[in-house]
Design a protein around this ligand. Structure first.
Ligand SMILES: Nc1nc2c(ncn2[C@@H]2O[C@H](COP(=O)(O)OP(=O)(O)OP(=O)(O)O)[C@@H](O)[C@H]2O)c(=O)[nH]1
Ligand SMILES: *[C@@H]1O[C@H](CO)[C@@H](O)[C@H](O)[C@H]1NC(C)=O
Ligand SMILES: *[C@@H]1O[C@H](CO)[C@@H](O)[C@H](O)[C@H]1NC(C)=O
Ligand SMILES: *[C@@H]1O[C@H](CO)[C@@H](O)[C@H](O)[C@H]1NC(C)=O
Ligand SMILES: *[C@@H]1O[C@H](CO)[C@@H](O)[C@H](O)[C@H]1NC(C)=O
Length: 403
């Protein structure tokens, strides 16, 4: 695959990486020797809030009836984030951005999931960021860890082969966790007990540029949408060598699950014979969990799971940005081809929505609205800096479905 970006932006990334490293140093030093200060400060805030102001919220164990305007309609929806205790600062950033630009007016709940218990420090800081209820959940062991029936020798061989091809995560120490994450996000998160009460979810990972003055969850609900995105791009082929043949095997055995007005032409340039590697960038997604819970998706996931490709290859994720510039690999984005492929094949094409008006950035790419939408949203991004019609964007393919 050709480099995703021209040379000059990659210089920018080198600068960005240097800045990041310096920034991280600063952040770590502040965070580590600042813990005492942070917690005593929040105790003081706590006391002020609870002693006087009767309208004030309690800091933990929030009661939504305290502040939600129940006369306004809400969707059956929640935010969801998968995170570790040491992701705290990143989680705070993502939440703050979603809260400031949208959720402070809507108060949708948050569900945070982790395969280890969250620390008190984590829960406390996260609860301060929003007035909405926050639920902290533990992931069941079998939904997270590599299943026993996976042949570890074969999985190791697969990882070593990828290391030879320098696929970034394949060679790094967190390789196991990374694969677990891809598998969990593809097949298990929507089964978590804390998500059972909800239908729609929004996975917001990092930065929103614009005010959002309407409720995208309600938009999904009212327009019968199943999946939505802001950025789409091609997967890196070596991570999914046998994925498409596994998909084809399933759709041939189960034609009844394939929608007639599907988005196959987004995925394939030859009517389904080969995969063109296009997928939606899953670090932003608003989608319908009942679709993932459906018989079609369950059967599809079980079929793919039985192939072991989450561990023998690295289905679910891509590292396409890595090839153009190893520095960018630090930001290499999470993408779930399986989720994209299912949405494109088992939903109608008009049930997939491009949120053109939602300005969003997850390094190293961003989508910035333009014109009236940009002004109305008081967007902080440069409308010229948007991935939409970049040569490696798959948006053209998506729009082609409707022309
Ligand atoms: N609980 C838990 N969360 C994880 C784990 N690995 C990744 N995550 C979360 O999953 C999200 C994406 O993981 P990253 O490792 O950042 O993935 P990436 O491909 O580098 O993607 P970006 O950071 O999204 O560019 C982050 O919000 C992480 O907090 C893990 O082992 N445990
Ligand atoms: C703040 O709260 C924590 C936990 O609730 C407690 O351990 C700590 O002693 C408190 N600090 C102060 C300064 O009150
Ligand atoms: C309590 O709130 C009232 C009204 O907002 C204010 O006048 C008063 O000074 C507050 N008392 C304290 C101790 O903060
Ligand atoms: C509550 O909702 C109603 C109906 O949408 C609206 O008119 C009113 O302004 C809202 N109140 C608050 C405090 O948001
Ligand atoms: C929300 O959606 C879930 C999943 O479909 C469902 O079980 C639940 O009953 C719904 N809640 C409401 C209030 O409609």
């Amino acid at each position: 695959m050709a480099a995703l970006l021209p040379l000059s932006p990659s210089r920018r990334y080198i600068t960005a990486v240097v800045a990041l490293v310096i920034g991280l140093h600063y952040l770590f030093s502040v965070t580590f020797d600042g813990y005492g200060r942070v917690s005593s400060l929040s105790n003081i805030t706590n006391q002020l809030v609870s002693t006087n102001d009767t309208d004030a919220k309690p800091v933990v164990n929030l009661d939504i009836s305290y502040y939600t305007n129940y006369t306004e309609r809400r969707a059956n929806a929640t935010f969801v984030l998968l995170c570790r205790n040491n992701d705290l600062n990143g989680v705070i950033n993502s939440m703050q951005s979603a809260e400031d630009r949208f959720n402070r007016r809507y108060n949708y709940p948050w569900v945070l999931l982790n395969e280890e218990p969250f620390t008190e420090e984590f829960k406390h800081r996260v609860s301060l960021i929003t007035r909405a209820p926050v639920h902290f959940g533990l992931i069941p062991h079998d939904h997270w860890f590599q299943p026993d029936w996976i042949d570890e020798n074969k999985a190791r061989a697969g990882r070593q082969k990828m290391m030879a091809q320098r696929i970034i995560y394949a060679g790094m120490s967190h390789v196991f966790f990374y694969r677990n994450m891809c598998r969990f996000n593809s097949g298990f998160f929507f089964h978590h007990e804390l998500l059972q009460p909800y239908r729609y979810y929004w996975r917001p990972d990092v930065r929103f540029f614009c005010d959002l003055d309407y409720d995208p969850f309600l938009y999904m609900e009212d327009h019968d949408k199943v999946y939505s995105f802001t950025i789409s791009l091609p997967e890196w082929e070596p991570t999914i060598k046998t994925l498409w043949s596994a998909v084809t095997e399933f759709t041939e055995a189960h034609p009844e699950y394939v929608q007639s007005h599907n988005a196959m032409d987004f995925l394939s340039n030859d009517g389904g014979k080969t995969y063109n590697l296009c997928h939606f960038w899953s670090n932003f997604e608003i989608a319908d969990m009942d679709f993932w819970r459906s018989e079609a998706y369950q059967a599809f996931f079980n079929h793919l799971e039985s192939k072991g490709g989450f561990y023998y290859e690295r289905w679910g994720d891509a590292a396409s940005t890595m090839k153009l510039n190893p520095f960018v690999a630090f930001f290499s984005p999470t993408k779930l081809d399986i989720i994209s492929i299912a949405a494109a094949l088992f939903a109608r094409r008009d049930q997939i929505h491009f949120f053109r008006d939602i300005g969003y950035r997850h390094d190293p790419f961003q989508h910035c609205p333009s014109g009236e939408q940009w002004e109305a949203g008081r967007c902080a991004c440069d409308p010229k800096d948007t991935f939409d019609y970049h040569e490696n964007s798959c948006l053209k393919k998506f729009e082609g479905l409707f022309s």
